[in-house]
Design a protein around this ligand. Structure first.
Ligand code: OAD
Length: 260
């Protein structure tokens, strides 16, 4: 697809994206915090974003955990308690439905809330980890799955969780200053490189390496479509831009595909 568009008729743009999807065989989707906004999960950088109320460098870094693991766990336990109350929204559900329509479909998410898997998406790469998993701070192969039902009882005063080896557990999420799991990153690059179309949904597109994936897709010949109510630094590079909430636009796209 050549060139960008400055058309503002969202309906015709949705139809254009529907056409691209209709002829695609391989689809990749990159999601960020915006797709969970309509479930009530705050984004990171919006006016009410999480990082406005908490200093990331005090809470989401390996140094912070080494310095004050109780403070870091207090924050994650608090996040788990309210994440335990949220459910997938129509945007997550539309992606589940879309997945069933294509021979190849990969959902790459920066979100740690687990809502894509909870909704029923199958081929999901959680490249920033999952807040519902603990990992041993000494041996990363020791993983422990937690359930939202456990969150209610995890008061701030509870003892810090430990691995059977005795070391402290930490949330299995990627912190600032840490690399992504290389296997996840390779799989994400492979998915966007072989995709006919990449949907970039609900991300401010500023955190790397995830923010590099649209360029990788474009160089490999995919059409790249942004779905976001707000402009992002990458909007000018997109082939098409749909301005609006994912919980409205993704179900519209899914309806178009189902109607054929
Ligand atoms: P951000 O908070 O940076 O961006 C959220 C984006 O979602 C913004 O561009 C919003 O305009 C958009 N948005 C808001 N509501 C929306 C809706 N209803 N539908 C669609 N889009 C909507 O979140 P991310 O880009 O995901 O990393 O942030 C990337 C990473 O930064 C996170 O994964 C996290 C953080 O540091 C780690 O924790 C490692």
């Amino acid at each position: 697809m050549n060139g960008k568009t400055d058309r503002h008729d969202n309906r015709s743009l949705v139809i254009d994206v529907g056409r691209l999807l209709a002829r695609a065989r391989a689809v990749a989707v990159l999601t960020g915090a915006g797709i969970s906004a309509e479930s009530g999960v705050p984004t990171f950088r919006g006016p009410d974003g999480l990082w406005r109320n908490f200093r990331a460098e005090e809470l989401a870094t390996p140094e912070a955990f080494a310095r004050d693991p109780a403070l870091v766990w207090e924050w994650y336990r608090w996040r788990r308690r309210w994440m335990a109350t949220v459910v997938p929204n129509p945007g997550h559900l539309a992606l589940v439905s879309l997945e069933s329509r294509f021979p190849a479909f990969t959902l790459i998410t920066q979100n740690v809330d687990g809502l894509h898997v909870c909704a029923g998406s199958r081929h999901v790469l959680e490249i920033h980890g999952n807040i519902w998993r603990d990992r041993c701070s000494r041996n990363p192969a020791h993983l422990f799955q937690r359930q939202p039902s456990d969150a209610a009882g995890s008061s701030e005063a509870a003892p810090l969780p430990r691995c059977h080896c005795g070391a402290l557990l930490r949330p299995d999420v990627v912190w600032f200053g840490e690399g992504l799991n290389p296997a996840h990153l390779d799989a994400a690059v492979e998915a966007v490189s072989s995709a006919d179309i990449l949907l970039v949904v609900g991300t401010s597109s500023v955190v790397y390496p995830a923010a590099a994936l649209p360029a990788v897709a474009r160089q490999a010949g995919a059409d790249v479509v942004e779905i976001n109510p707000e402009e992002t630094p990458q909007s000018p590079e997109m082939d098409l831009v749909l301005r609006g909430p994912a919980g409205v636009l993704l179900p519209e796209l899914d309806r178009l595909i189902r109607q054929g």
